[in-house]
Design a protein around this ligand. Structure first.
Ligand code: DC
Length: 223
């Protein structure tokens, strides 16, 4: 089958991961979480006492990613759980401003997707990584709803933060991700923006699958 790429971008707490995984499962295609790659790399760089403002052009030369049975390994170590902390999210956003980190991960993401069929989730997928993706979705939700969702996720993991603390983390992340000089988070010009506020996960998945199906029909009819 030929290459078919679905980019799902959007801010923290918009529901990207849940929705992207379900869309990939429904369509029986692969799922790539690029945020997980930024998180893993950020933890690695931090463990080497490097900071986002350093020259990191060679810092990732010996970094190797591997996906196995849904788990992410960095240089042979399983990092699936470690990367999910609030601290890893903050570090990922900090290191994501560095052009060497972005360039290395962008190359890798393109290589993984080449000739494949993928739902790819991130911040700059439709604009920079895969500007030729057949379907581009930008998922968003009201600030309050995004904070509530993130708070619930953290509570389920036993992390007790207040609404205000989570709101501050998300505010900072939104600001940093959308204002950085390289590949800032923004909808691609041809992205379909879906506001998930008040919608169920199933509703959003259905909406995206219908967009994909129209696009596939269109591709086969060459419209
Ligand atoms: O989606 P996430 O919360 O796992 O992403 C963590 C951080 O990684 C996010 O705040 C910014 C960065 N990121 C990025 O800059 N570009 C991507 N394509 C994905 C994530």
């Amino acid at each position: 089958m030929k290459e078919f790429l679905i980019a799902i971008d959007g801010p923290a707490g918009a529901g990207k991961s849940t929705v992207a995984k379900l869309v990939a499962a429904r369509l029986k295609i692969n799922y790539l979480d690029t945020g997980a790659m930024y998180r893993a790399v950020a933890l690695y760089l931090d463990s080497k006492n490097l900071s986002p403002s350093d020259d990191l052009s060679n810092a990732l030369d010996n970094v190797e990613f591997r996906y196995e049975d849904g788990d992410l390994y960095l240089n042979g170590t399983k990092v699936t759980d470690q990367i999910r902390s609030a601290q890893a999210g903050k570090l990922a956003s900090d290191f994501a401003v560095n052009p060497s980190v972005r360039s290395r991960l962008t190359d890798l993401q393109r290589k993984i997707c080449r000739n494949g069929q993928f739902v790819v989730e991130g911040r700059d997928i439709g604009t920079v990584v895969l500007p030729h993706a057949q379907v581009k979705i930008f998922l968003t939700a009201s600030f309050e709803e995004r904070v509530k969702r993130r708070l619930k996720e953290l509570q389920e993991k036993g992390v007790n933060l207040t609404f205000e603390e989570v709101a501050n983390l998300i505010r900072l992340r939104d600001e940093q991700d959308s204002k950085r000089s390289f590949a800032p988070m923004k909808p691609a010009e041809d992205a379909i923006i879906i506001d998930t506020t008040g919608k169920s996960i199933e509703q959003v998945v259905e909406e995206i699958c219908q967009i994909v199906s129209r696009r596939m029909d269109c591709e086969s009819n060459r419209c």
